[in-house]
Ligand binder design. Structure first.
Ligand code: MV4
Length: 664
């Protein structure tokens, strides 16, 4: 009987695996890098072992350190999760050689499916439809050019060692072939250490539909429906759903049986995913087989009611599959999106920074798989996925409606995310009609407002003015209903200067009781502030009572209505930035580099010229100094962070620290 599981991974998948393992009575061992010492998965596990520094090559990819941790803690099995070593046959072998059960397929299956060429040949022999093409053994350029004549155009050149879109080139016409073969060959050699190439007929605007398969050690294999992962950006899946709106029951059966054949043909055991390309006429072609549990497995779990990690552990123990094919039922519909710390309005650049508030929405049919919580920071060391947001419904519209609401209600304050971009996709009509192919994002969605910087609206500025109009701030500032506390106060008019992004808005804020009139130049916006408590503003705007989520930290405020989240900095009391006497107090990185020391903390009084942070760049240390007197409002960088030029590091607010700010 297996009793103690080591999870050789981090983040949401480590948390997810630990939850199932604990529920089945396993003791759990986490491994972590120095940067993850305070991470959720470490806290949740029964035991945890540090396996090295932040960089993955010295920690999460260090098989020997992981196996040593397993032996040190007496673990008897190892779950690799996805990514990292999950498809590394050498690691699987090393686990076995160390007497550990590797929760995954035999290494021979991992190796076979790691070669596009060999896996395609094996699939052809197993009777699985593959894309017509040429898979000669280490074919020369001349052999490929000759073979292309029989395939026709457009065609795909693919690196045999490639996958997930890497090492792939589309060739539209014959005269482009020779040059593209040479380039593909050198790119493959460079990227994978293996220049072997294959050719395939190009499938136009395919859908990416994958089948979840499971096999045990007794020759049983089943499929658990399909997942449609066609909404992708640069071969990164953005939305996954089950079942596919494009798949008919006949197609499901045909693809499922083909996927089972693929699994049986390679002596598979455990969880696997067979990826297919599906053309507009519902012809399907084997693309590749992933020999791991996939990121998107929750949508399959929700419509089958099965816990796939529990299945994996059961198969690893040598038990037969929990269900036979005719017992697997698909019920309802599930859609998943991946919430990332990235900025769709700036080329999807990965973002780092503090998660001042991470508040997943709650509601019927919602599931959040996450490895972070409020107070954590997003570092540049790892994939910046914050969570998977999954919604289940009786039908696709119900799942889609729930997911849309969940995305609009979830707040991530402190770091930019793709949340609004995701909500725009889920709310999009083409997607809603189930007509999104792999071309959707770069065709039907390329001009969506979520992919361009947006100016803050006057309503959002008015909301910020309401919040900043309260002298006190922070969690203790619950105000409840404001009517009584303000109704008898005389009307006041105060100037306000609010900064958001690179813009500064000069406002006049007139308040009479809880009625606000905010003027910016010629524009005016009025609203009534009903209540403000526990991060929720209730206002009446143009006769409509509505809510807005907010999180305030001193002069910094994060707001979210139903659209994009905005960060607003109240710079009203800061001296004009032009004054020679002092700067803006917004201390930014002067160049790309690594933070090697942070010398101040929030609430600390500083003088102009004080060194706040030490930045290392170009093998030199660069002190970053205060450009004015004042109080440290926020320290937005931590030792070890990689920062970009002009990234905000420290924010110095005016005057002495108040007791409450110093205590923040
Ligand atoms: C293809 C193809 C069209 N024809 N192969 C392979 C890896 C996968 N992530 C992308 N791949 C493709 N292979 C042939 N013969 C089109 C793609 C493709 C794609 C496939 C599924 C989902 C998204 C895609 C985005 C671009 C290209």
């Amino acid at each position: 009987m297996l009793k103690k599981l080591l999870i050789a991974n981090r983040g949401e998948i480590a948390v997810r695996i630990i939850k199932t393992a604990k529920s089945l009575g396993y003791r759990t061992v986490a491994v972590y890098s120095e940067a993850d010492a305070k991470a959720l998965h470490v806290e949740m596990a029964d035991e945890a072992v540090c396996i090295g520094p932040a960089q993955v090559s010295a920690s999460y990819l260090k098989g020997a350190a992981i196996i040593a941790a397993a032996l040190k803690t007496g673990a008897d099995c190892v779950h690799p999760g996805y990514g990292f070593l999950s498809e590394n046959s050498g690691f699987a072998r090393d686990c076995k050689d160390a007497g550990l059960v590797f929760v995954g397929p035999p290494e021979a299956a991992i190796e076979l499916m790691g070669s596009k060429r060999r896996s395609k040949i094996a699939m052809q022999q197993a009777g699985v439809p593959v894309v017509p093409g040429f898979e000669g053994d280490n074919a020369s350029d001349e052999e490929l050019i000759k073979a292309a004549k029989a395939i026709g155009y457009p065609l795909m050149i693919k690196a045999s060692a490639g996958g997930g879109g890497r090492g792939m080139r589309l060739v539209e016409k014959e005269e482009e072939l020779a040059d593209n073969i040479q380039r593909a060959r050198s790119e493959a050699q460079q990227a994978f250490g293996d220049g072997e190439l294959i050719l395939e007929k190009a499938v136009i605007e395919p859908r990416h539909i994958e089948i979840q398969v499971f096999a045990d050690q007794h020759g049983n294999a089943v499929y658990l429906g399909e997942r449609d992962c066609s909404v992708q950006r640069r071969h990164q899946k953005v939305v996954e759903e089950a079942p596919s709106p494009f798949v008919t029951p006949e197609l499901r059966k045909a693809m499922g049986e083909a996927a089972v054949k693929a699994a049986l043909a390679c002596g598979y055991e455990g969880a696997g995913t067979v990826e297919f390309l599906v053309d507009k006429d519902r012809n399907f072609y084997f693309l590749e087989m992933n020999t791991r549990l996939q990121v998107e497995h929750p949508v399959t779990e929700l419509i089958t009611g099965q816990d796939l990690v529990a299945w994996q552990l059961s198969v690893a123990e040598g038990l037969p599959l929990p269900l036979a094919q005719n017992e697997i039922q698909l019920n309802g519909h599930a859609i998943e999106v991946r919430l990332y710390a990235e900025d769709p309005a700036n080329g999807f650049t990965p973002q780092t920074g503090p998660l001042h508030q991470f508040r997943p929405a709650e509601g019927e049919g919602l599931r959040f798989d996450t490895g972070v919580r409020s107070g954590d920071s997003v570092t540049p060391h790892y994939d910046p996925m914050l969570a998977k947001v999954i919604a289940w419904g009786e039908n696709r519209n119900e799942a889609r409606r729930r997911l849309l609401r969940a995305l609009e209600d979830t707040t991530v304050f402190g770091v930019t995310t793709n949340r609004y971009f995701l909500s725009r996709i889920i709310g999009n009509d083409t997607f809603g009609a189930g007509e999104a192919t792999t071309a959707f994002l770069q065709q039907a969605f390329r001009d969506d407002p979520s992919m361009a910087p947006a100016d803050i609206s006057l309503q959002e500025l008015a909301l910020a003015a309401c919040v900043f109009s309260h002298g006190i701030s922070g969690p203790g500032a619950a105000h409840g209903n404001l009517n009584t506390s303000w109704s008898n106060a005389p009307a006041t008019v105060t100037p306000m200067k609010l900064e958001t992004g690179e813009q500064t808005a000069e406002l006049l804020v007139r308040r009479a009781g809880n009625h606000f009139t905010v003027t910016r130049g010629e524009e005016q916006h009025e609203l009534d502030l009903e209540s403000m408590s526990d991060g929720l503003l209730c206002i009446i705007d143009n006769g409509v009572r509505q809510h807005c989520q907010y999180h305030r930290r001193g002069d910094h405020l994060y707001l979210q209505t139903s659209g994009q989240a905005v960060a607003v900095h109240d710079v009203t009391h800061q001296p004009a930035s032009g004054s020679a006497a002092s700067g803006s107090g917004r201390i930014k990185a002067t160049m790309d580099g690594a933070i090697i020391d942070v010398l101040v903390q929030a609430g600390q009084a500083v003088r102009q010229g004080d060194t706040l942070v030490i930045l290392e760049a170009m093998k030199m240390e660069h002190p970053v100094k205060a450009d004015r007197d004042g109080t440290v409002g926020e320290v937005l960088a931590a030792k070890g962070d990689q920062v970009k030029r002009s990234q905000l590091l420290v924010d110095i607010t005016a005057g002495e620290a108040t007791a409450e700010e110093a205590g923040q």
